[in-house]
Design a protein around this ligand. Structure first.
Ligand SMILES: *Cc1c(COP(=O)(O)O)cnc(C)c1O
Length: 427
């Protein structure tokens, strides 16, 4: 399709957009009395209007039923978390039994390390990508120290090549092969948070298994953004947060995937709690732990229902629309954003550089732009004028249109504001 950087063309694309009505299902903050142009759904997704109702329902049940709500609420609390597994399983390409929702992302990665980082003899190294999200780095460093190793020795980082913005698949595979039987675990971000690069999870998982390592994925920037087939890719485990692309609300619960081949085992190391024990006998308060026959065996505590309510509200929208339709819109709106950026770049003879891979297979909805010569001032201009994006040192803004609620007109308007900001600065 031949794009045009005009308002009429953007409006035409909106009128043809099968998901356009979903914009009305979200609440937009306002700047200068106008809805913002929101590009930070990769950091905190907007609030679905239905989230309020779901939370109100729980408040009402708590008010009217108190402890009885565990069993007699409209959506009983004792198995409330199970309602999230089915829609989530579709989003991440898993069987519902392989998915559970609990805690928060970094907590879950630590808990999963109990099962999947089991250094022994020569096999103790962890492979990750360089400049991984800081929380993941701290998690890995503290885990290897906990096991008595020096992070410098035990953590092997995959590097980018000099002058390049993205990792090369061959380099990832070569590092895994080189570390070979010293590799206990490969743990990467499925989508890089800084550049938006998507890793070939299927191949990397296969090669990790070939050297005898466990392979896990941090899907914070992948879940709800790209197509995932965790079960078929034979991934051992994965975890993600829900407040980015899944619009569940600040700091909300994380999801975990644990492949079914690890279910129902009593000999797998795992930290355990009463919500992981078999449902039938849970309230008999027996001293013996009988694991749930699915990923729920990793559950510890009774679920934070007030947090799960908005997550469930959001997941029901995903269930209704499906990842396929979201990805279709994503591809088109990201292509349009890229077109607008390049067009504005020519008009103002500036020098943006898009550091996100150009191919659709290697990116999701995020475009990271390196603003050569521009900087924080331009970012602040955008924010003041109702474009919510984020700034990453040294000189990068990340733009992530959300297929659920971003419009093509947003992309056009953003281009106009960007152009004005650059020209004003040049005066
Ligand atoms: C957002 C993000 C996190 C956040 O972790 P929390 O425990 O939810 O605060 C962790 N890792 C990655 C890769 C992220 O993108």
């Amino acid at each position: 399709m031949q794009f045009k950087n005009t308002k009429a063309f953007a409006q035409q694309l909106d009128s043809e957009d099968a998901l356009r009505s979903y914009r009305e299902s979200f609440v937009f903050p306002k700047v200068n009395g106008k809805d913002v142009i929101y590009f930070t759904g990769n950091s905190l997704g907007l609030q679905p209007k239905s989230a309020q109702t779901y939370v109100d329902d729980v408040m009402k049940d708590w008010r009217e039923l108190a402890v009885e709500g565990h069993f007699y609420a409209q959506k009983p609390w004792w198995d409330y978390h199970e309602r999230l597994a089915k829609p989530l399983a579709k989003i991440v390409g898993a069987k519902p039994e392989e998915v559970t929702v609990m805690n928060t992302l970094t907590v879950n990665l630590h808990l999963l390390m109990v099962s999947f980082y089991r250094p022994k003899g020569n096999r103790y190294k962890i492979i990750c990508e360089e400049k991984a999200f800081p929380s993941d780095q701290y998690m890995l460093q503290s885990q290897v120290r906990f096991h008595g190793y020096d992070p410098k020795e035990a953590i092997v980082e995959i590097k980018k090549r000099e002058g390049e913005h993205n990792f090369r698949q061959e380099d990832v595979l070569n590092v895994i092969k080189e570390v070979g039987d010293a590799c206990a675990l490969v743990l990467l971000g499925g989508v890089n948070y800084y550049t938006g690069q998507v890793f070939d999870m299927k191949t990397i998982t296969k090669v990790g298994h070939e050297v005898g390592a466990f392979v896990g994925w941090d899907l914070a920037h992948a879940a709800g953004n790209i197509s995932l087939e965790l079960h078929d890719w034979d991934v051992d485990f994965a975890a993600w947060c829900s407040y980015k692309y899944m619009n569940s609300g600040p700091g909300n619960a994380s999801g975990c995937f644990i492949h079914e081949r690890f279910h129902g085992k009593k000999d797998i190391p795992r930290f355990e709690g009463w919500w992981g024990t078999e449902k039938e006998t849970r309230f008999m308060m027996n001293p013996e732990f009988v694991p749930m026959p699915n990923a729920d065996a990793w559950q510890l505590s009774n679920a934070p229902i007030l947090a799960m309510a908005p997550y469930l509200a959001s997941l029901e929208m995903f269930e209704e629309v499906g990842m396929e339709a979201l990805i279709q819109k994503r591809n088109k709106i990201v292509a349009y954003l890229e077109f607008v950026l390049k067009d504005i770049d020519t008009q103002v003879s500036s020098e943006f550089e898009i550091i996100t891979p150009v191919s659709q297979e290697e990116r999701g909805t995020q475009i990271s732009v390196f603003l050569h010569g521009e900087g924080r001032k331009l970012f602040e201009y955008l924010m003041k004028n109702g474009v919510i994006t984020d700034w990453r040192e040294p000189n990068v803004i990340r733009l992530a249109p959300a297929p659920f609620y971003s419009s093509y007109e947003d992309m056009y308007e953003f281009g106009q504001i960007l152009k004005k900001g650059i020209l004003e600065k040049k005066k």
